[in-house]
Design a protein around this ligand. Structure first.
Ligand code: SAH
Length: 193
């Protein structure tokens, strides 16, 4: 075990993340899908995100296998990391709460899918991916390890660049001008419009 204080903060944060995700996964389990773009590539993106956010940090915290990639990180970084992670968790929860039954882990649309433009979706088209970036920055500041600390930042960037065009083209195909107009009025990740 590598249970330093920053590691404990990260472990608590990721547990809250899993509880939120689990609750919405359970709530949406029976939803009937009418459109699916859940390709092999899209599932691969989900697996690499889970590996970077959960598996590699767990290996760092619960084993000594990644100790060779440790480096020194001043305690102050952990304080900032904890705050950034808390902000990321808040945004993650709000994105789930606002999307409600319209959320899915891969690219899919429900039989009764609604375009959500309220709550955090009023300001951002991709608040959940924005929350992944915040969580990843928190992870890098809390985990003093080249592999487990930085993995989520790399994985989130890969998810964002590969999935986004497919996700937005699926939304345009299904919601037409409603999504095109929504896209004109909102920013993707950082609220500047
Ligand atoms: N990209 C969004 C949602 C990620 S979850 C975010 O970062 O917050 C992915 C699923 O959310 C997609 O399969 C799509 O079905 C759904 N989705 C994305 N944006 C949506 C919106 N504005 N309204 C309703 N569903 C949306």
């Amino acid at each position: 075990m590598n249970l330093s204080f920053p590691h404990v903060v990260f472990a608590i944060g990721i547990t809250i993340y899993l509880v939120v995700r689990g609750a919405y996964q359970w709530q949406n389990a029976k939803a009937k899908k009418s459109v699916s773009r859940a390709t092999f590539m899209d599932w691969l993106l989900v697996v690499q995100i889970a590996t970077a956010q959960i598996l590699l940090p767990s290996v760092l915290i619960y084993t000594h296998w990644l100790d060779w990639a440790n480096y020194y990180l001043p305690q102050a970084f952990a304080g900032v990391g904890g705050l950034v992670m808390a902000g990321g968790l808040w945004l993650f929860w709000r994105s789930h709460a606002d999307l409600g039954k319209n959320w899915s882990v891969t690219l899919e649309l429900d039989e009764n899918h609604r375009l959500v433009t309220h709550g955090v979706y009023k300001y951002l088209r991709h608040p959940m991916y924005a929350s992944f970036f915040l969580l990843a920055i928190g992870q890098a500041l809390l985990l003093n390890n080249w592999v487990a600390g930085w993995a989520a930042l790399v994985a989130t960037t890969v998810l964002y660049w590969i999935r986004l065009p497919h996700e937005e083209s699926m939304m345009v195909e299904f919601f037409g001008d409603d999504y095109v107009n929504y896209r004109k009025q909102t920013s993707s990740l950082i609220p500047w419009k």
